[in-house]
Write a protein of this length. Structure first.
Length: 311
């Protein structure tokens, strides 16, 4: 019977962002523009980091990784959401649903861990500049990046494997614009207590773990700047390099924390969807602008890469 139940639901229906029909076209246009901005902005940063030798430093190596992640991350959910705005409820196969769940959590948790690596890089650069080249060697940078991707992959695999073991015997309407864990757990016919416990323990650890490293790093950096750096100009220059990273951390972590820690099932679905939109569609589009607008090196490199070759 369990086997029959498991195969009973072969596809799910993504209900998407329910709301006023008249607003669907407005949402479609807005999120299409955001998605194009994500692809263009992050694509430019990846190209510049690869082709501009002056940006072959640890800070920009991590920024290139972050931009790659942002492109893939929004691609997991946004294109299907856009078709939902145009054509209404979207059918998705059981395998497609699990793949979407896997990649969303894989890329999202990788980004969280990578932001901790970026905070460590800023900490060493500002508080221990004489040893920076030694500490942040190419090997260390590569290890930190690989550790981020591997952690994200393992975290997502646990959830996708555990979700694939559940039986779904109907209804098959997913109250979300993509296959996330909580909406799927609500539809399962089998016991979900272990899945919920894993969501509470593992996801909270993956979200809070990097944050526990990021916050002290920045507290230390700020205290170092105010107690050790004497010149006002030097202080502001160093602070401005951290400000863009801190903005990105805030844009990513504030919505994620409100959605997943603690991941209680008491969250209103509509609120959870709006919060998810923030870090899956809006933040990836804003990240390149935050880094470019605040960073003269990136601006110069972009101008040189794209205008210099035409001149």
């Amino acid at each position: 019977l369990a086997m029959l139940n498991q195969t009973e639901v072969s596809e799910f229906l993504l209900l998407g962002l329910a709301g006023n029909q008249g607003l669907q076209h407005f949402f479609f246009t807005s999120f299409l523009l955001l998605y194009l901005a994500t692809l263009l902005g992050n694509g430019v940063i990846v190209m510049v980091v690869i082709f501009e030798p002056r940006l072959h430093t640890p800070m920009y190596f991590f920024l290139g990784n972050l931009s790659c992640l942002d492109i893939f991350y929004s691609t997991v959910t946004v294109p299907r959401m856009l078709t939902g705005f145009l054509f209404g409820q979207q059918p998705i196969s059981f395998a497609g649903c699990l793949a979407q769940l896997h990649f969303f959590h894989f890329l999202g948790s990788t980004e969280g861990v990578l932001l901790a690596g970026m905070a460590y890089d800023r900490y060493v650069a500002i508080c221990n500049p004489l040893h920076y080249v030694l500490v942040m060697s190419p090997r260390t940078c590569l290890l930190l990046a690989v550790a981020s991707w591997v952690t994200g992959f393992i975290h997502a695999t646990v959830h996708s494997v555990m979700t694939s073991q559940l039986s779904f015997c109907g209804p098959n309407h997913v109250q979300h614009f993509f296959c996330d864990i909580k909406p799927l757990l609500n539809l399962a016919c089998s016991r979900t207590s272990l899945n919920m416990m894993l969501l509470n323990v593992i996801t909270t650890s993956v979200v809070l773990g990097p944050l526990i490293l990021i916050v002290p790093s920045y507290l230390y950096i700020i205290s170092f700047l105010f107690y050790k750096v004497r010149s006002q100009e030097g202080r502001w220059k160093l602070l401005s390099t951290c400000a863009s990273h801190l903005s990105v951390v805030a844009l990513f972590y504030i919505p994620v924390l409100s959605n997943y820690t603690p991941p209680s099932s008491g969250n209103s679905t509509q609120k959870a969807m709006q919060v998810t939109l923030m870090y899956s569609a809006v933040t990836p589009a804003l990240n390149p602008f935050i880094y470019t607008l605040r960073n003269q090196e990136v601006k110069t490199a972009v101008t040189k890469t794209f205008l210099g070759r035409k001149l």
